[in-house]
Ligand binder design. Sequence first.
Ligand SMILES: Cc1cc2nc3c(=O)[nH]c(=O)nc-3n(C[C@H](O)[C@H](O)[C@H](O)COP(=O)(O)OP(=O)(O)OC[C@H]3O[C@@H](n4cnc5c(N)ncnc54)[C@H](O)[C@@H]3O)c2cc1C
Ligand code: FES
Length: 299
Amino acid sequence: MSGAAYRVSAAAGRARGRDEGPVQETGEVMGSRRVGPYTLLDVVAPHVAVRVLPGQFVSVAVDGPETLLRRPFSVSGISGAPAGGGIEIVFETLGPGTVWLAGRDRHDAVDVVGPLGRPFTAPPEPAPCLLVGGGYGAAPLVLLGRTLRERGLRVDFLLGAATQSRLLGVMDAKRIAGTTTVTTEDGSAGRAGIVTDAMEDVLDANGSGAVYACGPMPMLAAVSEVAAGRGVPVQVAVEESMACGVGVCWSCVVPYRRDDGVANVRACLDGPVLDGARVDWPTLRTWWAGGAQSPELTP
Ligand SMILES: Cc1cc2nc3c(=O)[nH]c(=O)nc-3n(C[C@H](O)[C@H](O)[C@H](O)COP(=O)(O)OP(=O)(O)OC[C@H]3O[C@@H](n4cnc5c(N)ncnc54)[C@H](O)[C@@H]3O)c2cc1C
Ligand code: FES
């Protein structure tokens, strides 16, 4: 999808257009703190920070055994106000890469490549925007929400997680949004259920004319289907597993309906933000049922 005409700036007042395209930069950790089960890392990387747009990601070199590949993370915020200079990432500790990253201290060096991928784009027509996040998928939506608000658009949040402790970004959302609706699968906070149980009500209540979503792929499928079923434009930031992160290896493909048929697009290059109404979710579901994230990963 082409978004150049509707790009949204991550920081009002900063010059844009001169500083596009990814760079490799040795960043310096300025802070690390726990946010529930997640770690928020604030990294000074001014050349990346000045370029990043909501929905883009960075690829971080990690150390340790079995960590040859960089790890991708959404940029959740720009720090070092008012001039910027830092990027924030929020991540769950899952394996060796994120364990290593969670162990970084203030002033440690972190090698970052970014910003990568295509960002979210503003709605074609000014409209209230519904931002739907699942777990740490809320990370890029906070930056997006701030940006859409700067553009004068109404923003509403719908955030879901399995349980209260796994919700991310609720306080930020409340500062930014007209309304913030929370769902948890175990009912420990907000409405019991999953985000799509509440989505129709939230769309109706706010007259939402655009949906933006990030979270687990099955959630993105369901959110896209609800939005598309109502004719509401929907952009999803997919977090498909990535090896190279720069378009070379084709490990991250997503089946996508183009005007001339379905093609595999690379989430790292053509995404991570894709038109949710064009992602071929039925085919993706067959891949998931087969235990593969993409045909290329099938042994
Ligand atoms: C564009 C993009 C943005 C991302 N943004 C974030 C973010 O903001 N915060 C965050 O916590 N994570 C994010 N992820 C996922 C993150 O990259 C992985 O969790 C991380 O690479 C795991 O590395 P590891 O070495 O700790 O674990 P690994 O040993 O590589 O994996 C450990 C476990 O995590 C699973 N895993 C690995 N990659 C993914 C993935 N992409 N999605 C779901 N499960 C995965 C593996 O299947 C395995 O079960 C993002 C991924 C992509 C592609
Ligand atoms: S991760 Fe290599 S092509 Fe996308």
